[in-house]
Design a protein around this ligand. Structure first.
Ligand code: ADP
Length: 220
């Protein structure tokens, strides 16, 4: 059913995280094999993604029968059941999957998954908590920390930078940040240039070091 050589992804564990992952991959045109041992989870996704199967992912034979071993990329989206998460992940390592992603619900859980040999451990709850903290505490409309040293934020321009060309504003020298894109109200985003003049009501994307982006976003 699924063409495993086409960038298809197997998603194991169809809780809130796994099922939205499976649906989003599908929306982007990726073929997905989704697996859960709960029939309710399987039923709710049937017909909405390429293939859904009911199976216990801690059972090596079940994984083999579903063809999981042929996938280049597999996500273990089991979180709260630590034992199932660790057993499943270790079977994926045993099956020599090239690219294993697994969700962890704590730092210790993440360390175990890394030690087993999972290449990509993600912490969705923790990361989302950090992101929401930025959103609720400040004037940020959206915020993404690309890595430890680089962030992007969506904000309204501080008043000192309204009505002056970005090239003459001294913004980068004073604040260390760069305005990447601007969306005047009612229009689409365009790249910012040295000639761009911001207006009240614009939405801007500002990038730079996380602390500098945050400080810039706090300006009145
Ligand atoms: P979320 O917080 O994203 O809802 P959960 O950890 O609560 O994530 O959900 C994990 C999913 O993984 C559940 O749907 C559960 O039925 C499934 N799951 C847990 N153990 C197994 C297993 N051994 N085999 C298959 N699916 C499993």
């Amino acid at each position: 059913l699924v063409d495993k050589n086409s960038g298809a992804v197997a998603v194991i564990g169809l809780g809130r995280f796994g099922s939205s992952l499976a649906l989003e991959l599908t929306r982007r045109g990726t073929e997905v094999l989704a697996i859960d041992h709960r029939t309710a989870a399987v039923r709710s996704l049937t017909g909405r993604i390429t293939q859904v199967a009911a199976a216990d992912s801690t059972d090596l034979d079940a994984l083999r029968q579903l063809g999981v071993a042929d996938f280049h990329r597999v996500v273990c989206a089991i979180g709260s059941d630590l034992e199932a998460s660790i057993l499943t992940s270790s079977l994926l390592v045993e099956l020599e999957i090239d690219d294993i992603w697994a969700k962890a619900i704590s730092r210790q859980h993440g360390q175990i998954l890394e030690r087993i040999g999972v290449q990509h451990v993600v912490f969705p709850e923790h990361d989302m908590g950090e992101r929401v903290a930025h959103l609720v505490s400040g004037r940020l409309l959206d915020y993404m920390e690309v890595d430890e040293h680089f962030a992007m934020a969506k904000i309204h321009p501080p008043k000192d930078y309204v009505g002056i060309a970005l090239g003459r504003s001294g913004l980068r020298r004073k604040h260390g940040v760069t305005i990447v894109a601007v969306k005047p109200s009612g229009e689409e985003f365009t790249y910012a240039t040295a000639d761009t003049e911001l207006a009240y009501g614009d939405i801007i994307i500002v990038s730079g070091r996380p602390d500098q982006v945050e400080r810039f976003a706090e300006l009145p």
